[in-house]
Design a protein around this ligand. Structure first.
Ligand code: C2O
Ligand code: CU
Ligand code: CU
Length: 464
């Protein structure tokens, strides 16, 4: 499988052992202490747990099951969560452009669900629209060709008014698309390419994941990276590629490295940027993705570097350099050619009102709010009368962000290239250019603060 990741269909502990070069000892040790620690208290702050890496799989004839499960968030204590195939995050799908995905979703929850492939260009029937939701016990077949360019996309539930709860309880996973343009860059791969699903959570006194919805958005007091509490990752002194997903319901992170070193930003929601951009801080809203290179080259063994969230003041992930390697790898400067969308034929205005409406209307699953001609470039203007942040997300196409006025009044390097989710703060107007080239059919635009989405800040439109 030319996926770039090494294929590791191992269990969590075995993989972590393999990654640190002590497979036998760590795996055996972990299994040995499992019984003793499973009753222990939940991990306390200060204990660093090995970062979990979800298993990789090809989305071919894949049975994906959403169900309640128990997850070790680190330290051996099992927490109740909702999981895809016993994993949290769910398995990481890796596929190449041009391949066909065939996945059957099984709903073993006690409420309706449906899986949406966020960022993927798929037909309405494959998009996980809330009208496709299946009852408990039901199944839903997906079958779609992979049209996207190389990018980190993701999958999560999208049932009407239940998305916030299901994502907060743990249902989400990464979907990585590869293509030849990306392959030609020779980016870090295997153990040097690491997905990071960053979110927050609320744990009850027994350490179980719980959902405490608030209309302003669910924010939990505890960060999780790949479902791990207080994670750590041992690294070699070389360049790593981190594939980052904003997986929180509502929280926005401001990422920085503790030593002040820059991220070399190479991609975002829709794949590679035109050129590498060094940035020391990056805002990451729900639904957004980042592709960054971090250079640990030249750092002595034993050096610790943290990935920090400057907003909450959290040390999200601690890296420790454990091995010197000599690498001649040079971070590329030119990455991709991004053809700019131009000459929009229509301008549409969308006002994100309060916490539940777009253009004054609550979502109605049966109502089509507007129609968009296939293949026509349009300007969509998003603004808000307050209660932001609103991370605005569109299904069915990627867009290019062309301006932000009011509020922060500027665009950021991570908003260049192709996006499908853009952050709208109070008093801001953000303009994007968008063109639906893939399919006709009914798609969604919504606030990706999942509580706003569930309360109705969502709109159906039809590409005709
Ligand atoms: Cu990530 Cu409509 O969703
Ligand atoms: Cu989406
Ligand atoms: Cu919102």
């Amino acid at each position: 499988m030319a996926t770039g990741f090494t294929t590791r269909r191992l269990n969590r502990r075995a993989f972590l052992g393999a990654a640190t070069g002590t497979a036998g000892a760590l795996a055996a040790g972990s299994l040995g202490i499992f019984a003793a620690t499973s009753l222990a208290a939940k991990p306390t702050a200060g204990t660093r747990n090995p970062l979990y890496i979800p298993p990789l799989t090809t989305p071919t004839d894949f049975a994906l099951t959403a169900k309640p499960g128990q997850i070790d968030l680190g330290g051996g204590h099992l927490s109740n969560a909702w999981v895809y195939n016993n994993f949290m995050p769910g398995p990481t799908f890796v596929a190449s452009k041009g391949q066909v995905a065939t996945v059957t979703l099984a709903n073993q929850l006690t409420q309706p669900t449906i899986t949406h492939w966020h960022g993927m260009l798929v037909s309405h029937e494959n998009d996980g629209h809330p009208m496709s939701a299946i009852a408990p016990g039901g199944t839903y077949p997906y079958n779609f060709p992979i049209l996207n360019r190389a990018a980190l996309n993701w999958y999560h539930p999208h049932p009407h008014m239940l998305t916030g709860e299901q994502v907060a309880m743990g249902l989400a996973g990464a979907f990585i698309v590869r293509d030849t343009e990306e392959a030609a860059l020779g980016l870090p791969t295997g153990a040097y390419e690491v997905p990071l699903v960053i979110r927050d959570t609320s744990l009850d006194r027994s350490g179980n994941m719980q959902y405490k919805p608030r209309s302003g958005g669910f924010e939990g007091p505890t960060p999780l990276v790949n479902g791990t509490l207080n994670p750590k990752l041992e690294v070699d002194s070389t360049v790593y590629r981190f594939r980052i997903l904003g997986g929180a319901n509502a929280r926005i992170f401001r990422l920085a490295l503790g030593d002040g070193a820059p991220f070399h930003l190479i991609g975002n929601d829709g794949g590679l940027l035109a050129a590498t951009a060094p940035v020391t801080q990056i805002d990451l809203a729900p639904g957004e993705r980042l592709d960054v290179l971090v250079d640990f080259g030249g750092l002595p063994v034993g050096t610790k570097v943290v990935l920090r969230d400057l907003r909450a003041g959290w040390d999200l992930l601690e890296f420790t350099v454990i091995r010197q390697v000599t690498s001649s790898y040079a971070i590329p400067t030119a990455l991709s050619s991004i053809v700019a969308l131009t000459a929009p034929l229509t301008t549409r205005e969308f006002s994100f009102d309060g916490m539940s409406k777009i253009n004054g209307k609550l979502y109605d699953m049966e109502r089509i709010d507007f129609t968009v001609p296939l293949g026509q470039t349009e300007r969509w203007r998003f603004r808000t009368s307050g209660n932001a942040p609103h991370p605005v997300h569109v299904h069915g196409a990627s867009f290019q962000v062309v301006s932000r006025t009011g509020g922060r009044g500027q665009l950021y390097p991570w908003e260049s290239g192709w996006k499908d989710t853009v952050l709208l703060e109070d008093r801001e107007t953000v303009e994007v250019l968008i063109r639906f080239d893939a399919y006709r059919g009914v798609y969604l635009m919504h606030c990706h603060k999942l509580e706003h989405e569930d309360m109705g800040m969502m709109s159906n439109f039809e590409v005709v």
